[in-house]
Ligand binder design. Sequence first.
Ligand code: KG4
Ligand code: ZN
Length: 345
Amino acid sequence: MMQVLGIESTCDETAAAVVVDGRKILSNVVSTQTDLHDVYGGVVPELACRRHIDMMIPVIDKAIHQAKITLSDIDLISVSYAPGLIGAILIGLNAAKALSVAIDVPFLGINHIEAHLYAALMSTDIDVEFPCLGVVLSGGHTALVLMKNIGEYELIGKTCDDAIGEAFDKVAKIMGLPYPGGPIIEKLAKEGNPNAYPLKSGTIKNRPYHFSFSGLKTAVIYSLKGQNANSQTPANMTLSEKANMAASFQQVAFRDVINKTLKAANEWGCKNILFGGGVTSSETLRELFSEKNTNFNLIWPSKTLCLDNAAMIAGLGYHKWKNKKNGDSLDLDASSKTAFSVNAK
Ligand code: KG4
Ligand code: ZN
């Protein structure tokens, strides 16, 4: 039996968790900072770092306490080291390194995006057959990934500009709605007409599986404020206009994801599709996929594992350890950009 302590601080959640053998979650503590960034319409890195510093030790303490273990029961420390806000990552990474030295337990750096996909594997009882298609939809990333096994990936498509969650957040900001935008847009969209605004999804020449959400965001600004308007001040809108725009934007963004996902799963012969990242907590997205009635197994992360958390970091750490049988060295650097497919394997 292996008890892994997971630590996460890549963006605006300080999180720690204890997971046994990559699956059994003993604790999963998440301290979110949305209250802090709400008024700015997005994450302010310096504020995020300060809050991580305040919360890191209490959150780790709480995770150990809730798991009903002590530090001496930990066999491995697993920490996200990429990608994300560099200053924020460093706080979790340095906490992991310090703890690793203090309690004489190895630590492993984990790619946060890879962990988002592992969250779906942690959430299902079916024996997932590889290769499967991984779909990452988060605030920082949008990617289609061929998963040949845990740790063996090939990037099929990615966003060329904004991530899908980022687009939800920016569109919300234009409409004067709070951060994060995804949940509130989903709620408003239920009251709106998805065909009210004629929006189009972005395509990239000769790259059928790549995404582009920045044009869609600009189209939202222009539809609301006129050609060449800027995005600095929120548009003046009635509640029903907001609902219509939320529904129109959400429909176009999700249809784009669904079309590209199903096409890629067909082309690469994947029976299973694994989802990960904050946007996959959307019930609307899940319903739209189900309505397609395909033969694919759609494997979603459980609701507690969609958004940033450390259980997925601890879970994936267990598998990495089994393959590598070795911890990382203390000079492992944080990385803001490590590409998913390059880092993996
Ligand atoms: O995975 P995550 O917690 O952070 C990153 O790793 O980036 O994802 C956060 C993102 C935010 O952009 C948020 O607006 C989006 O997930 N999100 C949603 C929904 N819930 C959260 N987007 C669309 N619909 C939702 N229901
Ligand atoms: Zn994330």
